[in-house]
Design a binder for this molecule. Structure first.
Ligand code: EPU
Length: 430
């Protein structure tokens, strides 16, 4: 059992450093299975999702060396053609990338259906559509996704995605890198982590172009080789601390980010009244006085990210006027609103729309982290609120935020972490 306890109401001041991008790293690590050689990866976030993926690779026979908290070398040369342990796979959504990676490396894959944060149904039909297009036969057998390449190997094809999917785009890219011929992913997702995975694979010898646009071209190569790569900064971690500074007030510089990746978050917080200055690799957020209302609709990149919806939702909960959030990606990503209402917010949720009547104050109480980003929203609410906020199930937060407690203390927050032993701390996320 893990709790965070926050005594709120203190303005935030100082500089906060951003770690490597979780959703890039969770694709890049499984993709090392394709490489016979040493991949040196820098700026790997030290978060529990990554530790879990490294454990899965280790169980499969990868050789892993850690040089520091954020620099590792993974060598999958001698990895076994085996089934990754179901009890680990089911704890992380990103384990679906093992399907593309095993299919590419061994010509077949057997991976338990992934778990993940519960935002309603999260199908993987588009991943399967892509693997089938490049020649694999895919079946669901007893909760496992089983994929088999033809005897002559996978072959390049055109895949037109029916929905813009981060996971499907990255998984098909991983599966097609070693296929014969050229694969085109049309209606591809364009998130920064898609580009980062393509850059990682290219650094190891792949021939991928167009990542970051809606058509990605993957010319199959015979083999990948070892190399070095540094993961991009985490857009959502950076956005979370920007939202925290806007909501709690103060003067915070969020350092080691790519301002271009932050554009629509920056624009929204500016619209709400925060003063934001962009530098080459940093953004300064100055916030005094009450924020103004705004609306958001979550969309694939470069639209407003669903993974920032709850954090900006807290800003709206204390803004002047009525804000509306329309969730455009998931069916059920408003559970945090009920927790915010316990703290005095006034939010009505109807299906995929939340109507938020801004209140002047939130009040500390005991709340739950319903998932990773909902947990981050509770932290921001705790920083804003009067009195003490206790966040239960804080394990979720540590799936995706490196050293959040230390980072927030560094800018003046009064936050502590209390861990008590429990039999029941197995959670899924991502
Ligand atoms: N979808 C389908 N079929 C598919 C795949 C997706 O219908 O085969 C639908 C989904 O149900 C959803 C939409 O397409 O409505 C977008 O889903 P996407 O595939 O883009 O999401 P994902 O790959 O499951 C990743 C991140 C999420 C993030 C989303 C959207 C990982 C491990 N997860 O999920 O991250 O919300 O992209 O950007 O990379 C988080 O970091 O907190 C998190 C949940």
């Amino acid at each position: 059992m893990l709790k965070y306890v926050i005594r709120g109401g203190k303005p935030l001041r100082g500089t906060i450093l951003i770690s490597g991008a979780k959703n890039a790293a969770v694709g890049i690590l499984p993709a090392t299975l394709l490489v016979k050689g040493v991949c040196r990866i820098e700026n790997v976030p030290d978060i529990s999702d990554i530790r879990l993926l490294l454990q899965i690779l280790d169980e499969m026979g990868a050789s892993i060396r850690r040089f520091s908290a954020n620099v590792i070398e993974v060598d999958c040369t001698n990895v076994r053609d085996s089934v990754a342990p179901i009890e680990l796979v089911r704890r992380i959504r990103a384990s679906y990338y093992l399907i593309g990676a095993q299919l590419g490396r061994f010509g077949h894959a057997k991976v338990a259906l992934p778990g993940g944060c519960n935002f309603g149904p999260r199908p993987i039909d588009q991943h399967i559509k892509g693997f089938e297009a490049i020649g694999a036969k895919v079946e669901l057998i007893n909760g496992y996704v089983c994929a088999e390449a033809p005897a002559a190997g996978l072959s390049g094809a055109r895949v037109n995605l029916d929905v813009v999917s981060v996971g499907a785009t990255m998984n098909i890219m991983i599966g097609a890198v070693l296929a014969n011929g050229t694969t085109y992913i049309e209606n591809a997702a364009k998130e920064p982590h898609i580009v980062d995975l393509a850059n990682f694979l290219n650094a190891m010898g792949a021939k991928i172009s167009g990542a970051g646009t809606d058509v990605i071209k993957i010319r199959g190569v015979r083999a990948l080789h070892g190399g070095s790569y540094s993961i991009i900064p985490d857009q959502i971690e950076a956005g979370t601390y920007m939202a925290a500074a806007a909501a709690a007030g103060g003067d915070v510089t969020v350092q080691n980010l790519i301002p271009k990746h932050m554009e629509c978050i920056t624009a929204k917080l500016r619209e709400m009244g925060a003063k934001i200055t962009e530098y080459e690799d940093a953004i300064r957020v100055v916030s005094t006085g009450r924020l103004r209302r705004a609306n958001i609709k979550t969309m694939p990149y470069p639209g407003f990210p669903t993974d920032m919806q709850s954090q900006v939702g807290v800003c709206m909960a204390i803004a002047r006027g009525t804000s509306i959030i329309t969730e455009g990606i998931y069916d059920n990503r408003f559970r945090y609103c009920f927790e915010l209402n316990r703290m005095g917010a006034s939010i009505q949720v109807d299906n995929k729309v939340a109507v938020i009547d801004g209140v002047e104050k939130l009040h500390g109480c005991s709340v739950k982290a319903c998932d990773l980003r909902a947990g981050a929203a509770m932290v921001i609410a705790g920083l804003v609120a009067d009195g003490t906020t206790t966040i239960e199930d804080a394990h979720y937060i540590e799936r995706g935020y490196e050293a959040m407690i230390e980072k927030l203390r560094g800018i003046g927050a009064d936050i502590s972490r209390i861990e008590t032993p429990s039999q029941d701390n197995v959670r899924t996320a991502g």
